[in-house]
Write a protein that binds this ligand. Structure first.
Ligand SMILES: [Zn+2]
Length: 103
């Protein structure tokens, strides 16, 4: 299964300004998927997502629940000590539009 490359994200912080999480992922092919959809894809093995950083390919994982908001969220790092590469991607220029419908 070829992983989807994430090139940008839409960030939201429901209820907490200091607790941002990815809300949507923009893919290299121009499509955008909601974080909720991506979490379901990863959990059920339907699709996988990666961040490419130079010569490294980092898998997007489902982690949580977050100690601040209690929700599961997406992040991309090699282990718990490295920074989250997903949140360092540029903000999606298509934020809030053209979400890929389920199915
Ligand atoms: Zn949170």
């Amino acid at each position: 299964m070829e992983p989807h490359r994430v090139v940008a994200i839409e960030v939201s912080a429901p209820g907490r300004r200091n607790d941002p999480h990815p809300a949507a992922l923009q893919l290299g092919d121009g499509r955008q998927v909601s974080a909720m959809r991506a979490i379901m894809d990863i959990r059920y093995g339907v699709a996988s997502y990666v961040v490419v950083d130079g010569d490294r390919t980092i898998s997007v994982r489902v982690v949580g629940p977050c100690p601040h908001c209690g929700l599961e969220y997406l992040r991309a790092d090699d282990d718990a000590t490295t920074s989250d590469r997903l949140m360092r991607l540029p903000a999606s220029p298509f934020a809030g539009r053209s979400l890929v419908p389920p199915g």
